[in-house]
Each structure stands twice: as C-alpha cells, then as structure tokens.
Design a protein around this ligand. Sequence first.
Ligand SMILES: Cc1ncc(COP(=O)(O)O)c(C=O)c1O
Length: 410
Amino acid sequence: MAARTSLSRIGGRDVFEKAYKFMTADNARAMGVYPFFRPLDFNNGPEAQLEGRTVIMLGSNNYLGLTTHPKVREAARNAIDKYGTSMTGSRLVNGSMRLHNELEQKLAAFHGKEAGLVFTTGYQVNIATISALLSNKRSVAMIDKDDHASIYDGVRLAQAAGARMVRYKHSDPAALDSALSEIADTEGALVITDGVFSAQGEIASLPGIVEVVKKHKARLLVDDAHALGVIGPGGRGTAAHFGLEKEVDLIGGTFSKSLASIGGWLVGERKVLDYIQHFAYSFLFAASAAPPCVAAAMASLEVMQEEPWRQEKLRENFTYMRTELQRLGFELGKTETAVIPIYIRDDLKTVMMWKSLLDDYSLYVNPFITPGVPPKQQVLRTSYMATHERKHLDHALEAFEKVGKKFGVI
Ligand SMILES: Cc1ncc(COP(=O)(O)O)c(C=O)c1O
C-alpha cells in the first residue's frame, strides 16, 4: 500500500506537539472501533485466536500456509540450535553466513538470474536498491502511482541525493512511455512497479511496461512481494507469469508472505547486486537477517517447489472467493490474485463493517481507511491461503452477505 499520511501537517514549534494533538486513534479506541495493532494470541493458519476467541483469518499474507509447516518450523529451530538467534551485525562485516549465500544462490537459480542478495526485510530491499542505484541528479525514479510505501521511501532517499521522481498513471504503459519520452538524454531511469499491487491484488501490465522500458533503454525493478508463490509457473511471480523473466532487470520481494519468515530478496546481474551491497547505507548499516529467518525462508522455498498443490489450492480458493463475492454484488476492482479488496469507499462504513464481521461473525479482515488510502478508495482487504478450507470460505461468504446487506453495500 502506498503511504499517504497527513500527520506531518499537524503541530507547531515543538516536534512532539503533533503527537499530543493526534486524537483520531484515541477517539476510535474510546468508541471501541479502533481496528489496528490488536494483539493476536495465535496466528497459525486459516484460523487464528484473538483475545481468546477463534477467528477465521482473512487478513494474513501467509499465502501458502507455511508458517506452521513442520519442515519450516524444524529448519528455524535447527538454525537457532546451531547458530543462535541473531548475527548481531551487518552483512558487510560479521553478519554474513554461508546460509545467506546459499539462499541467495537458490533464489537466483529459481528466477533464472545470475545472482541474489538477501536483506533483513522487504522494505529494506526497496530503500536500499533504489537509493543505491539512483544516487545523483541524473537519476530518475519512474514509479507507478500505486507502488508500495517502501518504494516511495526508497525514492525519497534517492531524492535527497538529487534524483528526480516521476509518477506515472497506475499500470499504464502508455503513460510510462510519455513520461520516459520527457526525460533528458543525460538522465537514466529506473522504472519500479509492484508485480502484484498489495492493496488491489491487481497484476501489473508487465508486457507493456517491459516494451516501453526497452524502447527507452531504461531499467526495470519489479517488487514481487505479493506474487512469489501466488502467480507464475512454480510460483515464480509476475515476470514468469508473463514469460518475461529475462526481460526484467531486477526482481525483489520479501520473506514475510509466501516464504513464511522475515527478510527480503533481490535477484539480477551479479555486478549490479555487488554495487548495491557496497553502496546502500540501509543495507550496510543494518544487521543481517537472523539465521532462523533465513533457514525458514529457505525451507519454505523448498516446500513451495515440493508441494505445488499449495499454489493450485490457493488459486482455487481465491478464484472461488472472487467469483462468489462478485456474484453477491460486491465491487472488487481488478484483482486476479490472493488479495481481494472489497470496495466500500467510506471510512465509517468500512470500520463499522469490519467491526460487525469480527464481533458478530468472528471474521478477521483488514480495513484500509484514510489517510492510509486516498478518499473514496476505502476497502476491506481480504487475503487467502492455500490452507483455507471450503467451510472457512463459505462462512466468510455468509458473513459478507449479511453485513454487506446490513450496511447497504450490496
Ligand atoms: C509490495 C511490498 N513491498 C515490500 C513490502 C515490505 O516487505 P517486509 O514486510 O518484508 O518489510 C511489502 C510488505 O508489506 C509489500 O507489500
């Protein structure tokens, strides 16, 4: 989700003043309708536990259901036993292990790329890669307007070094073409797009984007956080989905979704990754991904390939939900993946529906309201797992129908 916050506009001389004046969250807490930061007792799979109550989880990115897979658990446990809990240092100095290198090679081979680089989070992948590659006044970041917040933050860092940001109309290769036509001959552009957009579940128009990028001799970075394990042959993501893996210069993502861990990855040319690992401050001056996290991601990558039924079941589940939600009359946008946003287009209604789904039907979904999304873009974001059973999905559909009717959305 692209970050849109107006908090910076509140406040005065004292930098804490904006915090003292920020009342929205406190007011919502007092009214019992505050939906965020609620501690789950367990978030093990299609069913989770919230404040002692079992809920059906339609709000997690555990797409393949691997966070509790015996092999993944065992790999994390063994890594702790063997290596301890943390490397307590950056990749550059004392934070690299053969484990990191092994996963880098596996991710590169998986995507048919020369090399891979493992990061501590997916967020770091974007801020590090973008700021390292766009580090002077001749650099231009060309981003889809709906790119993820971490891409925006990477671009902000690049802007501090003099780079320019140009935002093109969402998933529109023609708009990208005209934006690239306007940059000077001396400027170099990196086009950055989510592969699957995190709030919409929509797949980027990659064939058109690749064609335009090639025409202008620019470079392309695709953030496949929500695509790995979800689309493409073998779950290899957006570029593979379109048969364009060779044409995309850099593919990055996170361990925190299908790979059931914490960390991030980037694959591409060895020389480019080598440059990034020597010049990205947010990579150089941050501790490396912890051994159990790397081991869990590596085990997940293996399980993903050994158990292809998971991707097939995930597709069956999200296709069923998309068809049935549309049949009930909900507006879902252009989703083709495991993220299905239900458009409500009103803050209060979104929160009230979220509350009713949770309180009355034990259904856990994520409300996206302003300023997190632009006005009129409020959604109940739902996401699906390979391990959801038909009984979970049918219960959810019944709840959506009742709550949708109650609030006049369908
Ligand atoms: C598109 C996209 N990129 C990057 C990230 C950041 O990944 P991580 O959670 O590993 O920091 C996310 C996660 O929310 C995302 O959705």
